[in-house]
Design a protein around this ligand. Structure first.
Ligand SMILES: Cc1ncc(COP(=O)(O)O)c(C=O)c1O
Length: 463
């Protein structure tokens, strides 16, 4: 066991050390992967070291590295080694983090760390609560489930939910999972900064009420995935208070901005929400899977999710001795809180604050570089460390611009040097960078932008 474990630790350390020198992209077709891996379940065992070699070579080498300093797309996951070890520990001890009765240690750590989060977001620690989830999608699903339960009870046929069309797709999926019809979700327009249009939101709510419908929840985003936009949270809170609807904030990636002064100022009003989604496996530098749902009043989760079957009668618990299985969807839960706890204890919150602030500064630096240099057009300014831009030397129509920027991104992927894919803003193809990785240096970004310029010139010469 020791030999096997030490070998795996060595491989992990090697992975972290080699990371900046490794290409972050692995691409393979299904056919190629089938050739490498497809087989029947083996009846006979194999030497564990050989299985490990096989996995390292054929499986792990065929995974993109989202912790890589040149991983700019989606929401990167710049994980840290302490948390990786903490996860190993939690898995090794196979801690059941469902109920107090079976694991007071892990339950207490989850209470402690959730309290840290409540405080960070300005939620009341006494009545407030929450729990760690597999990720943001699950936290959003649980928030919408609680909103529906508390505002409608069992009949939600007239319930209406509002969010901007820039809200994350997991919220639309959650609405589907919950059995809402498409027409029960109102997608509100956004302004030039991609933040929800408040007057349209208010008039939609009024119109729906006039038609006998029942507005139950407004979902605002603090850090849209597309452009890092922040909905005007304080204003949305006022509308929610007036209309007596649930106010959920999806701050899955952006929530960590609360750690630094400039981020906290952007997120004013978040403390007025009824529930908040925030993902430690994004900008809190944790390995997958750890999301988090926070609620202003923990009874809202208990009344939505608790079930008491006879086989759990000895695990009743109490208000203080929380059974986390009563507050969410999962009964059996891994000890997710441990990695969050150990990494914050080890590095200190100040290091996290500094790392988050660095991302703000880096995004501003990249924006300035793009604005000062000819040929580039910033399409959405740096917001919570996300920036969107395109190469636009002038004189090209929008179809050609789209094709050229797609070409740049495709060439980047083909080179395997950086993960830089596109998104659409106002139907225009743009390159998008999410710069939350504290290992990313400005020169990493500059290398990639210079590569993009070279590819743009190639494209222009060839057309
Ligand atoms: C704003 C937002 N909400 C929700 C999610 C979904 O989170 P997860 O992928 O952890 O399920 C994401 C993922 O990027 C996100 O950016």
């Amino acid at each position: 066991m020791r030999q096997y474990g030490y070998r795996i630790v060595d491989e992990l350390v090697g992975h972290f050390v080699r990371l900046p020198r490794t290409r972050p992209i692995s691409s393979a077709t299904r056919k190629e992967m089938d050739r490498l891996l497809a087989e029947e379940a083996p009846e006979e065992g194999t030497d564990p070291e050989k299985v490990l070699d096989f996995v390292l070579e054929r499986v792990l080498k065929n995974s993109d590295l989202l912790t890589h300093p040149k991983s700019f797309s989606f929401v990167p996951s710049p994980s840290n080694f302490v948390s990786v070890m903490a996860d190993t520990l939690a898995t090794g001890f196979n801690v059941f983090s469902g109920g107090w009765f079976l694991s007071p240690g892990s339950s207490e750590i989850e209470i402690v760390t959730i309290n840290w989060m409540l405080k960070l977001f300005g939620f009341p620690v006494q009545e407030g609560g929450g729990l760690f989830t597999s990720g943001g999608s699950m936290a959003n699903l649980m928030a919408l489930t609680a909103a529906r339960h508390l505002k409608c009870g069992e009949d939600f046929s007239k319930a209406m939910v509002y969010m901007s069309h820039q809200a994350h797709s997991s919220n639309l999926r959650a609405m589907r999972v919950l059995g809402f019809k498409k027409a029960q979700v109102r997608l509100v327009s956004v302004d030039e900064n991609f933040a929800v249009d408040l007057s349209e939101l208010s008039s939609m709510i009024e119109e729906d009420k006039r038609h006998g419908l029942h507005p139950i929840c407004v979902l605002a985003t603090a850090g849209t995935t597309n452009s890092g936009a922040v909905d005007p949270l304080d204003e949305v809170a006022k509308i929610c208070q007036k209309e007596k609807v649930w106010f959920h904030v999806d701050a899955a990636y952006g929530g960590a901005a609360m750690l630094c002064k400039c981020g906290k100022e952007r997120l004013i009003g978040i403390e007025k929400a009824d529930s908040i989604t925030v993902d430690p496996h994004k900008w809190f530098f944790q390995p997958y899977e750890i999301g988090c749902l926070l609620v202003r009043n923990q009874d809202s989760l208990f009344s939505t999710f608790s079930e008491h079957p006879e086989y759990l009668r000895d695990m009743k618990g109490s208000l203080e001795e929380i059974n986390f299985f009563d507050y969410g969807i999962q009964l059996t839960r891994s000890f997710r809180a441990l990695k969050f706890y150990m990494s914050i204890k080890t590095f200190g919150l100040a290091s996290f604050r500094e790392a988050v602030k660095r991302a703000f500064d880096l995004a501003d630096e990249v924006q300035k570089w793009l604005e000062d240099r000819s040929g580039w057009e910033v399409m959405s300014k740096a917001s919570l460390a996300v920036i969107c831009f395109r190469y636009n030397p002038g004189g090209l129509d929008s179809e050609k611009l789209n094709a050229m920027n797609q070409f740049i991104s495709d060439e980047m992927t083909r080179s395997k040097q950086a993960i830089l894919v596109t998104t659409l803003l106002w139907n225009q193809v743009v390159l998008r960078m999410c710069l939350i990785n504290p290992r990313t240096k400005f020169t990493d970004v500059q290398d990639v932008l210079l590569f993009c310029e070279k590819k743009a010139q190639e494209y222009l010469r060839s057309t």
